[in-house]
Design a protein. Structure first.
Length: 153
């Protein structure tokens, strides 16, 4: 039951974020990601959304590309994990902090795992100002190396 509540909060937060960032520029249509080179960040993103049957939300691409490059799935508890990573990575966002704190209150057993993700974020160069849409044609492993992103444990 607690995870259902966390999932509901996550869906609500995602939909709210989609509205709040609706004016972000979109570089590619969804089908164009599918035409990118095999192994590229963009193609991997496209394949993941198709495989998981996740709808494309152009306004949220910055966050979704971080899921792919960091290796976090777009599910529970990985949504909590990516937020812990981003907080550790100095990506301070009031809504994300409130979301993470609320969810941790509901599922406190995740704290040890989230602490590891926070430390992983701290150890990674700050990604906040990097526009990953500019790297969608690049090989995913090249991107991870370029930005010193350690493998996900």
């Amino acid at each position: 039951m607690r995870w259902k509540i966390v999932t509901w909060i996550t869906i609500f937060a995602t939909n709210l974020s989609h509205i709040l960032v609706r004016k972000r520029p979109q570089y590619y249509a969804f089908k164009e990601y599918g035409q990118m080179a095999e192994g590229s960040l963009g193609k991997t993103y496209y394949q993941y959304l198709n495989l998981q049957n996740i709808p494309f939300k152009a306004n949220l691409i910055r966050h979704d590309l971080k899921h792919v490059i960091l290796g976090y799935k777009m599910n529970m508890p990985d949504e909590l994990r990516i937020h812990a990573f981003l907080l550790g990575n100095r990506s301070y966002n009031l809504m994300a902090i409130a979301y993470l704190m609320l969810c941790v209150t509901i599922v406190p057993e995740t704290i040890a795992m989230l602490k590891k993700d926070f430390k992983r974020g701290r150890a990674t160069q700050c990604l906040k100002r990097i526009n990953f849409q500019g790297y969608v044609n690049d090989n995913l492993e090249y991107c991870r190396t370029k930005f010193n992103i350690s493998p996900l444990n």
